[in-house]
Design a protein around this ligand. Structure first.
Ligand SMILES: [Zn+2]
Length: 151
């Protein structure tokens, strides 16, 4: 007798979920409300009801992720400036462009430092489609009961 193993392919890949800032548990609910410069994070996943700030000071770690992103951007802007300016030695050109990039990418860093932390640096959090689906059904039931109670 042959054993049959059913391989469940995730509906949404991890890379896709990270780029679109989706919840790490269900990969369906968005972590942030729309907007590039004004980033607003949802308290709970709109799909599976996962509470994003898992404990007080949870997003303290994202500060270090943001630092790493900033260093990578500084180096990229510095090298890009050097190449595009034909090897300029004007310090103010580099400082100005790096400062400009810092302000321009502040929203990006805020958002993706949290997304990367939740997807890669939290060992207690992973893609769990079955649990997420159950949590979604419980959330929908609760909403329906509230609607019935309010009528
Ligand atoms: Zn979710």
């Amino acid at each position: 007798m042959e054993n049959e193993y059913k391989i469940i392919e995730p509906e949404v890949g991890q890379w896709h979920a990270i780029v679109h800032a989706k919840c790490p548990r269900c990969r369906k609910g968005k972590m942030f409300s729309p907007g590039f410069f004004k980033q607003k994070m949802h308290k709970r996943c709109p799909y599976c009801d996962l509470y994003f700030e898992r404990h007080p000071g949870y997003f303290y770690v994202s500060m270090f992720v943001s630092y790493a992103l900033n260093v990578a951007e500084f180096v990229a802007v510095g090298i890009g400036t050097y190449v595009l300016s034909g090897g300029s030695e004007n310090m103010w050109l580099y400082m100005g462009l790096i400062l400009f990039a810092t302000f321009l990418l502040a929203g990006f860093n805020f958002k993706y430092s949290r997304v990367l932390q939740m997807h890669y640096l939290d060992p207690g959090l992973r893609y769990e489609p079955v649990i997420a689906e159950e949590a979604h059904n419980i959330m929908v039931e609760k909403q329906q009961k509230q609607e019935v109670a309010s009528v």
